[in-house]
Design a protein around this ligand. Structure first.
Ligand SMILES: Nc1ncnc2c1ncn2[C@@H]1O[C@H](COP(=O)(O)OP(=O)(O)OP(=O)(O)O)[C@@H](O)[C@H]1O
Ligand SMILES: [Mg+2]
Length: 370
C-alpha cells in the first residue's frame, strides 16, 4: 500500500508538453482510473510514476518520500502493460518467478508466492506452458501474476485489457477489482475506454492534452461534467451537444435553435442569466429525451424525422437530425418507430447541461463555484 503525491508535473518531449502541470493525490489502497483520448499523456504519466521516464518539471512522492529521480528498481512498483511483455522462452512458472529470482528469494519462497498467485488467477494448470500457446486472457493473467508475486506497494496498469475481446474484458475487469480488494494495493489504472473507467474506478481522472479536466466519482463526472469535453467524452452513446440561443421572454427563459424551442424551468433559468440573447452549448444525454404522443404539448418538445433505429433489446436508440446535428435518443424499445417516421420528442430540462460557448465550462459548475 502506498500514498502517491504528484505535484505540478510537466513532461516535455522536444518543446511539446505531453503532460502539463499535473497534480494528483492518491490515498492508500485507492483504485484510481485515468481516462482520456489517445495521445492525452496517460502512458507518459504512468511511466513517470514508475520511473521509466524522466520528469521535466515538478515532483513525485510515494509515502511522503520524494522519488522524482529515484530509479525504477527502488520504487517498489509493478506495472502491467497492454502488450503483456511476457518472456516467450520461459514457462508460465518461470515468467512468474523471474523477478523473484532476480531479487534472490529462496526457491521455497518463490514456489510459495508463485503457487499462491497462480491459484488466485486460475493459472495452476498452466504453469508448465509457454506463452505462445496461451489465450489472450491467459497471457493477461500471467502478466497480472508477475505483478502480484512482487507484492508491490503500487500497481500501475496501462490499458491491460485492450487486446481482449469484449466478453473477456468484462470478466477480467471483475478479476482485477477482486484482486485489488484482496490485496488492497494502491492502483492507477489507465484506459481510453470511458465505459471501463466508469465501471472500475472509485475515482476517475479525465485527461485531455496532458492536463486533468476533472477528478471525481463516476457519478459526479457523469452527472456534473465540468466542461463540454468531459460531457461529450463520458457516456455512451455520447451526450448530444448543440448550439442554442438563450431567449428572455415575458413568460420565461427559452433555448431556441433552427428546429426547436425549449422552455427552461424557472429553477434553472438563473444559470443562464449572464447569457441572455447569446448562444450557449446545450448538452442533452440520450436518456434525457422522451417520446411524446401527438396530443402531448410539452413546452420542452420538438419534432424530428428518424434517420436510424438501433434496437438493442432493452432499449432502442433513435437517431435524428436537429439544428443540422446528428442526435441520438434512448427510448423505450416498445415504441414502434422506424426510419423516416416523424416523432415528437420531449426533453427533460432538469437534466440537460449548459456550456459556455467560449470557455466551454459547465455553467452549473461555474454557478456553484461562485
Ligand atoms: N518518447 C517520446 N518522444 C516524443 N513524443 C512522445 C514520446 N512518447 C510520447 N510522446 C507524445 O506524447 C503525447 C502523449 O503520449 P502518451 O503515449 O502518453 O499518450 P496516451 O494517452 O497514453 O495515448 P494512447 O491512449 O494512445 O496510449 C503524444 O503526443 C505522443 O506522441
Ligand atoms: Mg498509452
Amino acid at each position: 500500500m502506498a500514498k502517491v503525491r504528484i505535484e505540478n508535473v510537466v513532461k516535455r518531449f522536444d518543446r511539446q508538453a505531453a503532460v502539463n502541470n499535473f497534480s494528483l493525490q492518491i490515498d492508500d489502497g485507492e483504485f484510481i482510473v485515468l481516462v482520456g483520448p489517445s495521445g492525452c499523456g496517460k502512458t507518459t504519466l504512468l511511466r513517470m510514476v514508475a520511473g521509466l521516464e524522466t520528469v521535466t518539471e515538478g515532483e513525485m512522492f510515494i509515502d511522503g518520500v520524494r522519488v522524482t529521480n529515484t530509479p525504477p528498481k527502488k520504487r517498489d512498483i509493478a506495472m502491467v502493460f497492454q502488450n503483456y511483455a511476457l518472456y516467450p522462452h520461459m514457462t508460465v512458472y518461470n515468467n512468474l518467478a523471474f523477478s523473484l529470482k532476480l531479487r534472490k528469494f529462496s526457491k521455497e519462497e518463490i514456489r510459495k508466492k508463485v503457487t499462491e498467485a497462480a491459484a488466485m488467477l486460475g493459472l495452476a494448470d498452466l504453469l508448465d506452458r509457454h506463452p505462445n500457446i496461451l489465450s489472450g486472457g491467459q497471457k493477461q493473467r500471467v502478466a497480472l501474476g508477475r505483478a502480484i508475486v512482487r507484492n508491490p506497494r503500487l500497481f500501475l496498469f496501462d490499458e491491460p485489457l485492450s487486446n481482449l475481446d469484449a466478453k473477456l474484458r468484462v470478466s477480467m475487469r471483475a478479476e482485477i477489482l477482486d484482486i485489488h480488494r484482496r490485496l488492497n494495493s494502491t492502483s492507477i489504472y489507465v484506459t481510453h475506454d470511458q465505459m471501463e473507467a466508469m465501471t472500475m474506478g472509485t475515482r476517475i481522472i479525465v485527461m485531455k492534452d496532458g492536463t486533468i479536466q476533472q477528478n471525481g466519482t463516476p457519478r459526479e463526472i457523469y452527472n456534473h461534467p465540468v466542461n463540454k469535453f468531459v460531457g461529450g467524452f463520458i457516456g455512451s452513446p455520447a451526450m448530444n451537444i448543440i448550439r442554442s440561443r438563450v431567449d428572455a421572454r415575458s413568460e420565461g427563459t427559452w433555448l431556441t435553435g433552427p428546429d426547436f424551442q425549449l422552455a427552461v424551468p424557472d429553477a434553472r433559468a438563473p444559470l443562464l442569466q449572464d447569457h441572455l440573447d447569446k448562444e450557449i452549448y446545450l448538452g442533452i444525454r440520450p436518456e434525457s429525451f422522451c417520446h411524446l404522443g401527438a396530443s402531448d404539448n410539452g413546452q420542452a418538445s420538438f419534432e424530428a424525422v428518424v434517420t436510424l433505429v438501433e434496437p438493442l433489446g432493452s432499449e432502442q436508440l433513435i437517431h435524428f437530425t436537429l439544428a443540422a446535428c446528428e442526435m441520438v435518443a434512448k427510448l423505450d424499445p416498445h415504441i414502434p418507430l422506424q426510419y423516416g417516421d416523424r416523432v415528437k420528442l420531449g426533453v427533460k430540462m432538469s437534466d440537460v447541461h449548459f456550456f459556455d460557448l467560449q470557455s466551454e465550462q459547465n455553467l452549473q459548475s461555474a454557478h456553484r463555484a461562485a
